[in-house]
Design a protein around this ligand. Structure first.
Ligand code: BEZ
Length: 211
């Protein structure tokens, strides 16, 4: 069954490159990014794992834990990690789940049989500290993901969790945000002391409140 926004992220216990992990315990009170790649020792996946590892400090800044997965086993992941370091100039620095029995892949509907009936697609799940799913993304095997976009969405999710705002198209941290329609002008004056611009009654723009 597909996982939808707002669902509790299914919990599991799995073998990883960093030992046995219980997913919810691993996340603790942090945000999390669970993502699958189709197969070890493949080119696009090698670049992705290097790029996520290079960006680990940015995920740490956002109190976000990374965990990857494919239907290869942990021994394979461990051997492949050497290639990632050699070719991408960066060692793997977060756990990769060995899911050779597809337990987690099935739980998260990461195998799309009409695309490939044995390998996981490139799924991304962002999970909040409440363990609920905040974002899902699905990419085909042939398209590597964009790490900056995942960090950008985390910035938006973390901002909108704390303030009654939404973020407009192509928004980046530090740019103006939108006051959600449920907030009256009167409430907006109190909540957003930097002021706001009413472009339309339903489109009110204010500086990012936590900057
Ligand atoms: C890749 O990572 O390059 C890849 C993996 C599976 C199918 C196609 C490409």
């Amino acid at each position: 069954m597909a996982i939808r926004l707002g669902d509790v992220a299914p919990d599991f216990t799995a073998e990883t490159t960093e030992g046995t992990i219980n997913f919810h315990e691993y996340l603790g009170d942090s945000w999390g990014v669970l993502f699958s790649h189709p197969k070890d020792f493949t080119p696009v996946c090698t670049t992705e794992l290097g790029a996520f590892s290079k960006a680990k400090a940015e995920f740490d800044k956002r109190d976000t834990k990374l965990i990857g997965l494919s239907v290869d086993d942990v021994t394979s992941h461990g051997k492949w990690a050497g290639d990632i370091e050699e070719t991408q100039g960066q060692a793997l620095n977060f756990p990769l789940i060995g899911d050779e029995d597809r337990k987690v892949a099935d739980l998260y509907d990461m195998i799309h049989p009409n695309a490939n009936d044995t390998l996981t697609v490139r799924s991304v799940f962002i999970i909040g500290p409440d363990k609920k799913v905040k974002l899902t993304l699905t990419y085909p095997a042939s398209t590597g993901r964009n790490v900056s976009e995942i960090l950008r969405v985390l910035d938006s999710l973390q901002l909108t969790a704390d303030y009654k705002v939404a973020t407009p198209v192509d928004w980046k941290d530090g740019e103006d945000v939108i006051i959600v329609p449920a907030v009256s002008d009167e409430e907006a004056k109190e909540r957003f002391p930097k002021g706001f611009d009413t472009v339309k009654p339903y489109l009110r723009v204010t500086p990012q409140p936590n900057k």
